[in-house]
Design a protein around this ligand. Structure first.
Ligand code: NAD
Length: 260
């Protein structure tokens, strides 16, 4: 007997899968418990998975996630819609391997006022209204003055998401580190920054500072918050982990191939 919750998209395919899975779990005496589930199933895509993670942010240590995708094979989802029967068998009778993915911790600061946020894919500072200056520090050492639209920080899991669209490197499964990628960096005689994506070790402390981040937004996964009034943003890997129950191996290369 286990406590479960299903977070599903509202299209017809997802609804059908949701009903089938729920019936099978009820028939095996599982209990639906939205407040404190042990297993959370997501039906949809990587986006549906991210929403479920943020919904249970304060209970992550007690939850295992299982993802079913209704589109292309995702990075957080292991089963296709037509594999629903296989998924039910696996969940009822197999022991999974648990893959734990560390989330990013983002701290925004204005004087003494601090706010802590978490992201699985990435945290990015973006200003599309005016050129954003960002002074970049890695472990208290000054790296550069960046000027442009913004900077994106991701770890291995998020390297295939927004990071890939801005020509960041895809970090293969098993590689640890934090990647800083420029978003429309300005590079000319008067303004220079590294330009290429930079991968630093996973225990690094990345700090972005400026007198003002007025009009800039901090986007973290599908969420965002204004950076007006903020002067400092710290990003590092946290000890908060998202646990994915993997019942069978899916090749990372296969997942990558499904991206393009
Ligand atoms: P969404 O949920 O519609 O996702 C947008 C796309 O990003 C989808 O195709 C999704 O499958 C893919 N995606 C998400 N996480 C991924 C991962 N770890 N690896 C590979 N692909 C991944 O969009 P949303 O709700 O606005 O934002 C959720 C996430 O989508 C963000 O964290 C961001 O990484 C990503 N995103 C990417 C772009 C881009 O590449 N230009 C733009 C917006 C959002």
């Amino acid at each position: 007997m286990k406590r479960f919750y299903i977070s599903a998209k509202t299209d017809e395919i997802s609804k059908g899968l949701n009903n089938k899975l729920k019936d099978a779990l009820f028939n095996n005496d599982w209990i639906e418990d939205e407040k404190s589930p042990e297993i959370v199933f997501t039906i949809g895509g990587d986006g549906t998975f991210l929403h479920a993670v943020h919904k249970y942010l304060n209970q992550l240590s007690k939850i295992n996630f299982v993802g079913i995708h209704t589109g292309t094979l995702g990075f957080y989802t292991d089963y296709e819609a037509e594999e629903i029967d296989q998924l039910i068998q696996d969940v009822l009778f197999k022991q999974p391997k648990i893959e734990a993915i560390r989330m990013l911790k983002i701290e925004t600061k204005n004087g003494k006022l601090k706010k802590g946020l978490y992201a699985l894919n990435e945290a990015r500072i973006e200003n599309i209204i005016k050129t954003q200056t960002i002074h970049v520090y890695i472990n208290d050492e000054y790296l550069e003055m960046f000027r442009g639209n913004g900077l994106c920080v991701s770890a291995q899991a998020g390297s295939t998401a927004y990071n890939r669209s801005i020509n960041g490197a895809v970090m293969s499964m098993g590689i640890e580190g934090l990647q800083i990628t420029e978003i429309s960096g300005i590079h000319h005689r008067a303004s220079r920054s590294l330009g290429s994506p930079l991968i630093v070790s996973s225990n690094s402390n990345i700090v972005f500072k400026n007198d003002t981040f007025s009009n800039a937004v901090l986007c973290y996964d599908y969420k965002h918050t204004s950076l007006d009034e903020m002067t400092e943003i710290t990003i590092k890997l946290s000890n908060k982990k998202v646990k994915i129950a993997r019942f069978r191996p899916t090749s990372y290369i296969r997942r990558l191939q499904s991206l393009f």
